[in-house]
Design a protein around this ligand. Structure first.
Ligand SMILES: [Fe+2]
Length: 364
């Protein structure tokens, strides 16, 4: 392909290898703390894959990303090019119905169907091809990848897209691989699978460590190091602030509200969002999400790390109070303005405040 032959990287320059790849992709790129509705974000023709696409780099616009999301649209009756890639990827279907074929070199093709609210992963470096199964409607999905890490580490297009290594420890072409089967790990609230036909049918677990009334399910796919979770939060309530490394991209499945985010020692900043928005807290910024809608909040978080294969030993600290050296601010240690802002926002919308009382302690 002529365009592929023209792919070259500059050396001793300002741009990372991944930034140069993005430039070569010639797609619109949006970088921000919050991205508006990705169900309607503009997409442009994608010469490498076919269909239409755009990149979404969520987080601090000046931070180099370790994960990147994209939106892809497949026109009616069309398909994308077959491809394989040496980075991990999870896909959530925003709109439409279609199918994906997956195969290994010299292996048998297997095909599964998806629809709006399906969530799945492609095993790393397996061949795959996506099809829109509809005659008159476009299909649109969001993909989340750790491509920036891989591009920056190897700075080689061939290594990423023309690599013959097969990860047979992860996927050997098993016929029921995309059947929706999985393994539950209840003490970690995990569902470990390859394909979820409809996320509404998942089993959720009580998850009140971070706030009253919340439920959650943690999702591991295809022996990846990247993972996801879905959280539901009740009306008029919020969860505790916490912080972690960069690259956790949150898609608001249903809800309207705002996030407070701040690096330690700085003022809180307020970022508004709604259904279809994406948000990503920057590296070690405290963050807290608030639902001001009359319906429960549903959020899907894509994460560059998971529980099954650890790349960070700090995971447990997410749930340990800052008073004990962890990364979670208990309600009694939070800035009283956090609650006051939420009370004011709810009052404007005539929504009852539904949090237990708090006695503030010295934040030290
Ligand atoms: Fe978080």
């Amino acid at each position: 392909m002529a365009h592929e032959a023209a792919y070259m990287e500059a050396i001793y320059g300002e741009k990372t290898s991944f930034d140069q790849f993005l430039q070569w992709e010639e797609l619109p790129v949006t970088r921000n703390f919050v991205i508006d509705d990705i169900r309607t974000i503009e997409v442009a023709p994608w010469h490498r894959r076919g269909g239409l696409g755009c990149y979404i780099i969520v987080g601090h616009p000046k931070d180099p990303p370790n994960a990147a999301a994209y939106v892809c649209e497949i026109p009616p009756r069309q398909s994308l090019q077959p491809q394989k890639q040496m980075f991990e990827e999870m896909i959530y279907v925003l709109k439409g119905r279609g199918a994906t074929s997956v195969w290994l070199d010299n292996g048998k093709k297997q095909t599964f169907e998806w629809q709006e609210r399906s969530l799945f992963s492609i095993p790393i470096n397996a061949w795959h091809q996506h099809f829109n199964g509809q005659g008159s409607e476009s299909a649109r999905f969001v993909g989340y990848t750790n491509a920036p890490m891989v591009f920056n580490l190897y700075h080689s297009y061939d290594f990423v897209f023309n690599n013959n290594y097969q990860f047979l420890d992860r996927y050997r072409g098993e016929e029921d691989y995309f059947s929706g089967k999985g393994v539950a790990v209840p003490d970690k609230r995990v569902w470990d699978t390859s394909f979820i036909a409809d996320i509404e049918k998942l089993q959720f677990h009580d998850w009140t460590r971070k706030g009253p009334g919340a439920t959650n399910v943690e999702l591991e796919f295809c022996d990846n190091i990247i993972s996801a979770h879905i959280t539901r939060s009740p009306v008029g309530a919020y969860k505790k602030a916490h912080r972690h490394g960069p690259g956790a991209d949150i898609l608001v499945l249903e809800g309207e509200g705002y996030s407070l985010m701040w690096p330690e020692g700085s003022e809180m900043e307020k970022y508004d969002w709604g259904t279809g928005s994406m948000i990503s807290p920057p590296h070690m910024w405290f963050h807290q999400h608030f639902n001001t809608a009359k319906e429960p909040l549903k959020m899907l978080a894509f994460k560059p790390f998971g529980q099954k294969f650890r790349i960070s030993p700090d995971y447990e600290k997410l749930f340990v109070s800052t008073a004990a050296g962890g990364h979670l601010i208990e309600f009694e240690y939070e800035d009283p303005r956090v609650r006051q802002i939420f009370v004011d926002e709810l009052r404007k919308r005539n929504i009852p405040f539904n949090m237990p009382p708090v006695t503030y302690r010295n934040r030290g």
